[in-house]
Design a protein around this ligand. Structure first.
Ligand SMILES: NC(=O)c1ccc[n+]([C@@H]2O[C@H](COP(=O)([O-])OP(=O)(O)OC[C@H]3O[C@@H](n4cnc5c(N)ncnc54)[C@H](OP(=O)(O)O)[C@@H]3O)[C@@H](O)[C@H]2O)c1
Length: 315
């Protein structure tokens, strides 16, 4: 099967990418190199992850080592919530490019629909009196117009959003001159978001699934058992692969982009080794039946003190 999807803007985006959230700078440089060595051509980071310099170093090392061209790797980063104000998009994208040591990224995403007010550019999750310092003036349409501008400037090849609700995505698509090419959302076998999938399909917006393995390494995450699910295990045994490979194949076989995070070399290799087997219709149906609906969501904005007060808080 194809290992890429063609975005509405014409770019080709690899279906598997390396996630970099919670990858410490001292580990992520090697993780990026290991991923590129293993055949990945897509790296997902964000200004908020505070590791863009180290991600850029991994990419640069690999390009120097292999003599390959920068254009072979699809690099994604994201607008921090403290950049959701007038002039913020170009300013923060240029900061990301400087950290990554790149002239352009392949995809720039609005990380979330809620603006925050930071005391400076490093204050990515500003807290005042125990609550995140939300910007009640967040104007999603104005932010999107700035996203269109940075695309026109050539600072990014494509633009998209992340963590938007159905009404928020509809609103952007209704007014956009350039529609989002990608929506990055939590999506996995336990939380399949079929309504969002339908909406994205109708607007030709590709989906990137974050937490494709259920984000098992996340602190304070109770009950994330997807890798141990008996159905997933059974399917894995039948194909002689791991549960993680089944969960990733389940996504890419539906044309959904998946960005498993790992800093473990053997897992990095295995997570991109999902092309030599295919899930049958019966196996796909069994995995689809694992959907828990809204209860399957584990990334909930409103649990962060202060965010629930914001009118655009997505969930
Ligand atoms: N847009 C957003 O708001 C948003 C939110 C969350 C995540 N993301 C993006 O999506 C990426 C993926 O999400 P995620 O990091 O939350 O979750 P994930 O990719 O589902 O899970 C990552 C965890 O699984 C472990 N792991 C990786 N491969 C494994 C394997 N084959 N077997 C067993 N365990 C394995 C990793 O450990 P080791 O590293 O120790 O191997 C890590 O603890 C992020 O890194 C980030 O780039 C975006």
């Amino acid at each position: 099967m194809e290992k890429t999807v063609t975005l509405s803007c014409g770019s080709r985006m690899p279906l598997v990418g390396l996630g970099c959230w919670q990858s410490p700078p001292e580990q992520v440089t090697q993780a990026v190199e290991a991923a590129l060595d293993a055949g990945y051509r897509h790296i997902d980071t964000a200004y908020n992850y505070l590791n863009e310099e180290a991600v850029g170093a991994g990419l640069r090392n690999w390009l120097a080592k292999t003599g390959k061209n920068r254009s072979e790797v699809f690099v994604v980063t994201k607008l921090p919530m403290i950049g959701m104000h007038e002039g913020g998009v170009e300013k923060f994208l240029k900061r990301s490019l400087k950290k990554l040591q790149l002239d352009y990224v392949d995809l720039y995403l609005v990380h979330g629909p809620v603006g925050l007010i930071g005391k400076d550019e490093d204050d990515v999750f500003p807290v005042v009196d125990g609550k995140l310092n939300v910007d009640f003036g967040t104007d999603l349409i104005a932010v999107w117009k700035e996203m269109e501008k940075v695309k026109a400037l050539g600072l990014t090849r494509s633009i998209g959003v992340s963590n938007f609700t159905i009404p928020q995505l509809r609103k952007i698509c209704a007014v956009a001159k350039v529609k989002p090419s990608v929506h990055q959302i939590e999506l996995n076998a336990h939380f399949q978001q079929h309504d969002m999938q339908e909406l994205c399909k109708s607007h030709n917006v590709a989906i990137t699934a974050y937490a494709p393995l259920g984000s098992p390494g996340r602190k304070n995450l109770s009950g994330c058992t997807m890798l141990e699910d008996p159905v997933v295990r059974l399917v894995a045994e039948r194909h002689g692969v791991s549960s993680a490979q089944v969960l990733l194949r389940f996504l890419v076989q539906q044309g959904i982009i998946a960005i498993p995070k790992s800093v473990t070399p053997s897992r990095i290799v295995a997570n991109n080794d999902v092309w030599k087997f295919a899930l049958s219709d019966t196996e796909m149906a069994a995995l689809k039946s694992l959907d828990k609906g809204p209860e399957g969501r584990t990334f909930v904005f409103a649990t962060r003190p202060g965010l629930a007060d914001h009118p655009e808080c997505p969930h």
